[in-house]
Design a protein around this ligand. Structure first.
Ligand code: GTP
Ligand code: MG
Length: 340
């Protein structure tokens, strides 16, 4: 009788370990790739990689259900994989002073509009994702180009990566903005690395490639522009039935971007389209694509709209520490300037 209850107790405590989301912060052996995760053999690793779950972060932020489906492992193993990934990534706590220290390393990329800079607390922050959404022609792409130049004005060693999904990258605009900022256009152009993303998977893969540029080629990437973040996702996942899948993928993408921003203290600038929101009677009847996933993952969100006399109005929403407000500017050949 006594022995039996001991056995049962042991079973329960093991189950408990697995069932509760206990994050073991002291792994016995440092895991650095998905192949080293418990229960992951060559075949499982292959399945994970094929599905795009090729980093510990991707697994750490996934759900057991996802892992069961994708890797064909049991729920028990799925949980262990996730726990081990989390432990390996040191997703633990930071003390307030450590957070403050990290904040001190934040750099700000100013634009050529004082008003917009003021709105952004000095400029576009590194270590953060700034999402800019608005209707066609509102200036989202122009700001992306301008930032690719201004990041280099901040420090000539800085490089920008431009992921172009809609074929709207124009080197001519970089040249014009460089001239406007008093910089050498040729040098500036050389330090903007452009990649066309042909579909959402390609777009996600390119994020990993950025890490290679930084690690293997030693490039000092300080800005990543994704123009547009959502166009491929929107085009590929049509219909209600695919919405959950789209959001899950977008979520993964946003996590990868945030990790990149965080690990390398670089600024991520993404553009996003809006769609008509027919059930709105008050306020602006538009809504950003990607819903809560994109909104919550973005550190700063700017809503751009066309204003009076060809001006543009940028409105800052959902900022963690800046006051909400608006900035008026105008797009010109050599940059953007305050609209008075
Ligand atoms: P979509 O990608 O279509 O959603 O739009 P967007 O928000 O990216 O718009 P974009 O940044 O491409 O802004 C286009 C606008 O910028 C044009 O309508 C012009 O008003 C302005 N613009 C672009 N190039 C120039 C230029 O060389 N000189 C001037 N003065 N304005 C320009
Ligand atoms: Mg555009």
């Amino acid at each position: 009788m006594g022995r039996r209850s001991e056995v049962v107790m042991e079973e329960i405590s093991q189950d408990d370990m697995v069932d509760k989301d206990v994050i073991d912060l002291t792994p016995t052996k440092k895991i650095s790739s998905i192949n080293e995760l418990p229960g992951v053999g060559a075949a499982t690793a292959e399945k994970l990689i094929a599905a795009g779950y090729d980093t510990l972060m991707a697994i750490a932020v996934s759900s057991p259900g996802e892992m069961v489906e994708i890797a064909g492992v049991s729920e028990n193993v799925a949980r262990k994989m996730i726990q081990a990934s989390r432990a390996a990534l040191d997703m633990g706590f930071m003390s307030g002073d450590e957070v403050l220290k990290k904040r001190e390393s934040v750099e700000k990329i100013p634009t050529s509009s004082e008003e917009l800079n003021k709105l952004m607390g000095g400029g576009f922050e590194t270590g953060a994702i700034t999402e800019c959404f608005g209707e066609f022609g509102s200036g989202k792409t122009q700001i992306g180009h301008l930032l690719a130049v201004m990041v280099q004005k901040l420090d000539p060693e800085n490089c920008a990566v431009y992921i172009d999904t809609e074929n709207t990258f124009r080197p001519e605009r970089i040249v014009q903005f460089a001239k406007g900022a008093g910089l050498d256009p040729e040098t500036i152009l050389k330090n903007v690395k452009v990649a066309r993303a042909f579909n959402s998977d390609h777009q996600m893969l390119l994020i990993d490639k950025i890490e290679e540029l930084i690690k293997k080629q030693g490039m000092k990437v300080k800005l990543v522009v994704i123009d547009s973040l959502t166009a491929h996702f929107r085009a590929e996942f049509i219909g209600r039935g695919t919405l959950a899948e789209r959001q899950q993928k977008l979520n993964k993408h946003m996590h990868a971007l945030m990790k990149l921003a965080d690990s390398y203290n670089l600024a991520v600038y993404v553009t996003n389209q809006v769609m008509a929101k027919p059930d709105t009677f008050f306020g602006d009847p538009t809504q950003a694509i990607g819903g809560h996933i994109v909104a919550h993952a973005s550190t700063f969100r700017i809503y751009l709209r066309k204003g009076k006399k060809g001006s543009r109005v940028a409105k800052l929403i959902d900022s963690p520490h800046l006051a909400e407000g608006e900035a008026n500017f105008i797009v010109e050949e050599g940059g953007i300037r305050d609209f008075k």
